[in-house]
Design a protein around this ligand. Structure first.
Ligand code: BMA
Length: 337
């Protein structure tokens, strides 16, 4: 293990810049490529979980070939003093898993109480494009692969923590050849065979912030009001794509039903570390951790495909806001299936 002191100097209790519901941590970025104990290009888009009393980030790390692997960082307070594995934690294994030939990217982790393990949904970069793969871990040290769940092109996936009517559910984002790329939900009795594919959330059209392409952020979070889903919307501009974030709320017992969807984005690139990097104008979270004793939700996100940052919010304030958002027109969704 290698210890990073860097952001620990931000013991200052005053907060960083706010995007209305969210407040950026003053010590952002919390992890950069220079912090890792071996040579890499960038570190970004982390999954997040509380593991053995510590906050663990399962980070996407891009090496100097352009291939990504996953690496773990651990911290006692989820903000500072990050410790890193001395070498890559989860590397692509193209010999046994040819679909990982060009790396593994953008993990989301979900604790499955029934299985007693974390399920990792990640992007495997195959010769025919990105696809969704699944793996299990108990400790964020060793991982067991289940293999591909969705063929290419498909990404931005996470499992729900429990079954619905006996079946597991996976949110994911197939890329459409025609028209916008929307979020879908699919079901499986055994995490291997998937079906009942249903469009969950369509990308909007025209000038909207989430027109053309959307995708899941962190795994859905169970709340008394429904499953809280944060998703990214990609807005094309003359100088590139802007990756901003909004919310949806799904029915607790039938997550195919979207109860609320924010018209506005709630977080987006504004700070220098979000506007400078390998891909400018990107805020891309794959994980969040709720401290239910304090109502604090910690959102971990990749900034400009280059570093990792943290923003915090009150879950109760998020839910107040999401409850005030419009209910989407369900017929419109059904038409587009
Ligand atoms: C998406 C994914 C993310 C990346 C984002 C912006 O398609 O590949 O890993 O952060 O683009 O480049």
């Amino acid at each position: 293990m290698v210890m990073r002191e860097g952001a620990a100097s931000t013991g200052n209790s005053s907060s960083g810049s706010s995007d209305w519901l969210f407040t950026r941590f003053r010590g952002n970025p919390i992890v950069t490529a220079q912090d890792l104990p071996y040579r890499v290009n960038t570190v970004f888009n982390p999954a997040a979980a509380e593991v053995d009393g510590e906050s663990a980030l399962l980070m996407r790390v891009e090496d100097l070939r352009g291939i990504s692997h996953l690496a773990v960082a651990r911290s006692h307070d989820g903000r500072t003093g990050w410790q890193f594995d001395a070498k890559p934690t989860f590397e692509s294994d193209p010999e046994n898993h040819p679909e990982e030939i060009w790396g593994v990217e953008d993990p989301r982790v979900t604790w499955l109480p029934e299985v007693g393990e974390w399920a990792v949904a990640y992007t495997a970069y195959s010769r025919r494009g990105p696809l969704v793969s699944l793996a299990f871990t108990r400790d964020f040290r060793s991982f067991t692969r289940l293999g591909p769940a969705m063929p290419p092109e498909d990404k931005d996936a996470a499992l729900f923590p429990r079954r619905f009517g006996g079946r597991w559910a996976l949110i994911h984002r197939p890329s459409q050849l025609r028209g916008p790329s929307d979020m879908w939900i699919s079901y499986s009795p055994d995490l291997l065979h998937w079906g009942d594919h249903t469009m969950l959330l369509p990308a909007r059209e025209g000038a909207w912030w989430d027109a053309g392409k959307i995708g899941l952020g962190p795994p859905p979070l169970e709340t008394p009001d429904g499953w809280l889903v944060m998703y990214h919307g990609v807005h094309l501009t003359a100088s590139g794509s802007l990756y901003r974030l909004g919310f949806a709320l799904l029915d607790l017992e039938d997550p195919r039903i979207c109860l609320r969807r924010s018209d506005e984005w709630v977080f987006g690139p504004s700070e220098p570390y979000e506007r400078t990097g390998d891909v400018v104008g990107v805020t891309f979270p794959c994980g969040w951790i709720l401290d239910s004793s304090t109502d604090e939700l910690r959102l971990y996100y990749g900034a400009a495909d280059s570093s990792i940052s943290l923003a915090t919010a009150r879950l109760s304030e998020i839910l107040d806001y999401v409850r005030s958002c419009p209910a989407p027109d369900r017929r419109r969704h059904a038409d587009r299936r």
